[in-house]
Design a binder for this molecule. Sequence first.
Ligand SMILES: Nc1ncnc2c1ncn2[C@@H]1O[C@H](COP(=O)(O)OP(=O)(O)O)[C@@H](O)[C@H]1O
Ligand SMILES: [Mg+2]
Length: 370
Amino acid sequence: MYLKHISVTNFKNLTQVDAYFSPVLNCFVGDNGEGKTNLLDTIYYLSMCKSYFLTSDIQNIRNTEPFFLLKGDYNRNDVDEQISCGMKRTGGKSFKRNGKEYNRLSEHIGFIPLVMITPSDTSLINDRGEERRKYINTVISQIDKEYLDSLMRYNHALQQRNKLLKNKDADYELISVLNMQLAEYGRIIYNKRAELVEHLTPVFQQIYDAVSRSKEKVLLAYKSDMEYGDLKMLLEHNYDKDRLLQYTSVGIHRDDLDMQLDGRPIRKTGSQGQQKTYLVALKIAQFHIIKQNMGIAPILLLDDIFDKLDPGRVEMLIKLVVGNGFGQIFLTDSNKQRLDHLLERIVGDYYLFTVKNGEITALNSSHATQ
Ligand SMILES: Nc1ncnc2c1ncn2[C@@H]1O[C@H](COP(=O)(O)OP(=O)(O)O)[C@@H](O)[C@H]1O
Ligand SMILES: [Mg+2]
């Protein structure tokens, strides 16, 4: 599966882009702030129905323009597919496949599988558990249609329960019904999360060892209140405490991932390079899990991944990625020399583009932009 062509109008600093891509490797070089990450974000958007970075859709619209428009032409299992998204400043987002509007965005997620690696992934290590839960959700929702549905139902029940906990006259009968709902959806979510991490971990460890040449020992583990028993029982057990706190203190909304390096939290002990290796290995493992599950190699977006890695690790990473069952790759680098050096060693089809002030120019393929 690959993206053949993209057209972008007014997305962040990209006023107008019209580009044709290689099915294998596409490289974008340019200084900081020119629009490389924004371009990858448009490709992410067409798969995930939202920006990788911004939670407010309107901020993706260029300056004071009234709308943005993205159109991607794909080859998916040898069938042509056009995905488009328009967003108006006045609100209203329209997401279409072959000209037909989706009823719900969740129907589209997973149709064009994709994995993105960016420098801002360090928030997965440094920020609160919520970031790591969001990450798990993004991975599973691409491969499992039921997951998002259970998650939305769980969150709805959780909101209602928290509201009742703030109300002194609340009826315990209602709380009890919500406990049952939370336990039911919580179980589904817990099982799927546990299964994901179980599949992810050995692949992740293998990749980390290869890239770091086994210098450190890493661990990735799923942590959940539900390890300690049935959620209905836990909710009942914690009811008095929850009343005092006025919120629900146990459940899968408190799940987390334990990320360790040599037996200690990587947040505390890992160098920038080690943390980056950890995240890249995790995301590449994610790539393999999605590919295994869907039988399609996801599009891989590699934003500035070589920065802060020593040349040995860069070398291993490239060997690991290029030509190893990966599908289409989009790669950015602000260092032209490093990129040239790297491309010298890659034989095969690749397109090279420069990005300057929101404009994309093809350097080695006359037909790649118009
Ligand atoms: N809504 C927007 N309208 C216009 N420009 C924007 C908007 N959002 C971000 N930008 C600009 O995009 C640029 C950053 O582009 P980015 O893709 O992150 O650069 P890089 O090439 O370093 O990856 C910044 O100059 C920022 O001002
Ligand atoms: Mg960038």
